[in-house]
Design a protein around this ligand. Sequence first.
Ligand code: ADP
Ligand code: MG
Length: 691
Amino acid sequence: MTSLDDIPVTQLKGVGQALADKLARLEIRSLQDLLFHLPHRYEDRTRIVPIGSLRIGDVGVVEGEVMKADLVMGRRRSLQVTLRDSSGFLVMRFFHFNAAQKNQLTEGRRVRCFGEVRPGRAGLEFYHPEYLVDPPPMPSGEQATLTPVYPLTEGIQQPRVRGLCKQALGYLQRYPIREWLPESLLSDYQLPGISEAVELVHMPPASAPVHQLMEGKHPAQQRLVMEELLAHQLSLLKVRRQIQAREALPLLPTGDLTERFLDQLPFRLTGAQQHVMTEIRQDLSQPVPMLRLVQGDVGSGKTVVAALAALQAISAGTQVGLMAPTEILAEQHYQNFVSWLEPLGIRVAWLSGKVKGRQRQDALAEVADGRANIVIGTHALFQQDVTFDRLALVIVDEQHRFGVHQRLALREKGVGGRLAPHQLIMTATPIPRTLAMSAYADLDTSVIDELPPGRKPIETIAIPDSRREEVIERVRKACEEGRQAYWVCTLIEESEVLQCQAAEVTAQELADRLPGLNVGLVHGRLKTAEKAAMMERFKSGELDLLVATTVIEVGVDVPNASLIIIENPERLGLAQLHQLRGRVGRGEAASFCALMYHPPLSMNGKARLQALRESQDGFVIAEKDLEIRGPGEVLGTRQTGMMQFRLAEFERDKGWIEAIREMAPALMDNTPLVDGLIRRWLGERIRYGDV
Ligand code: ADP
Ligand code: MG
């Protein structure tokens, strides 16, 4: 039987090739695609609202009499039409208009118009509203429905999409949409069937509760939201199944490498580190690839955990790849691992995009013939020309900055190309539980929920940049007492060149102002060796003050640094600020963080700085970040298309996550259902899930 999925949009009246091509840009090819192109909001044009009740930002229909119409000359010529009803008056303003419009909108005419209220020079205004002169009576009862608003692409207007969806709905009688959800599930949650839900969402009847619909909480919407979240969950579980269908080498530790390593460490593992290690050790000894995410706040000690995992692989005679998102962070891992592991007779190789020529050939050879036990680098590690002798474990630090593609690419380098490597992913940005459950459904999660003993709280203040003098004075004082400080320049410009120039200027200024201090500078355009040398000088205490761009955001570890100044923190996200602040508070001294903002702060900016001052717990801050900026920003995956929903909104709908997580594994065995739902909701994006 034909299904909606097999009927191309060109079947609809008025859809030729040109329109079909435009629709294809919205990934709409079949009638089913069209029906799942859902309105993301509604406009209420069913009621006339009194002008006097309107507030800025309100959207609605008003009706009144034209008091006057003037041609205003100002910076831009406009037609200004004042409307009045019994409750107040409002201006319709047109920057583009023709003579017919001007002649029609004259004093005394009745006008009904629809628009969004803005503050204007004449009070409340509608810019370019849709309007009707001498309007017919308002539709009432049966005809009065909310107007759906669809996501658009260039060259297609709202009325067009509305019309097409309406036509497509006409096919539902003969070709109902396939119902994938089990009957029992629908009745448990009292949700409508799929065809009914789709129809209602496109054409809400007059009887449907307006508020529920406007807020996305109508059962028909919630049914679709739930299905969408489920589809995403299933797609990740499918990736997981595909990976775990391959075999991995069980890494059974032999010898006493681990004991010798632990003996030489200057500290003991925290309880949380031990607990997470037990989970990892267990996974690694299985013939199934480990897929584990380790979350831990800044400074919780993830590096040691990574080293221990690496040791297990190395003592089982295999190789390890460790990938970090930035050169500076990879470099630091390299140094750490060299100092920890080389004394144990382990060979550590280094490979970044900046390693070229002879050096690169040597590194590649070492990795290929197995002399290198572990290779550390940036994503250069997973380029085509890198082959491993016996890769069995891949460790990815700060995974949220890598795209899905990179995560997939690194799966292909396992032992003999046949066995899949175990994967350990570490993120320094704690991810709120519900978000982790949905965005990382393909991974098991461990949390290092304890900081090493003796950490002191970091006093955090927000201070306007007009008080820069005081801040510089504070830096001088701290450094004269033998402490070290970071000065972080965040930048307006996207361009890396300009960013680095700005940091150079600041470093020069601070060096001039603080003649007694040694001021260093690191930024992304320095050569790796220069960067490393600069970090080394700071680490050894030779430099008092390190001016840096946000390259130091992750991972840099200098315990004697106890003061950090962050310029223009309002430009950064919460997670990033928390990371930056985490550079201090690692040693004995009381630490201090100054967020030197440029006033005025937006509401949002204020909320972010406030959150940072109030908490030092990465998980609390991540929750706030999720509230303020949404899941795409928190995960840093906006470009990769992950967590981009059609209908679901994470904050509003996260109540479903727990239930979906529980039901999903059972549904996984039903392959047509899994593929059907993924196809329906993720469409083209399925390819990210194909391994
Ligand atoms: P992150 O989780 O942010 O990557 P690191 O691994 O860089 O944290 O560790 C931060 C600092 O804490 C390092 O100086 C590290 O040597 C130290 N550290 C790690 N674990 C412990 C521990 N159990 N006790 C004391 N210090 C520790
Ligand atoms: Mg780290």
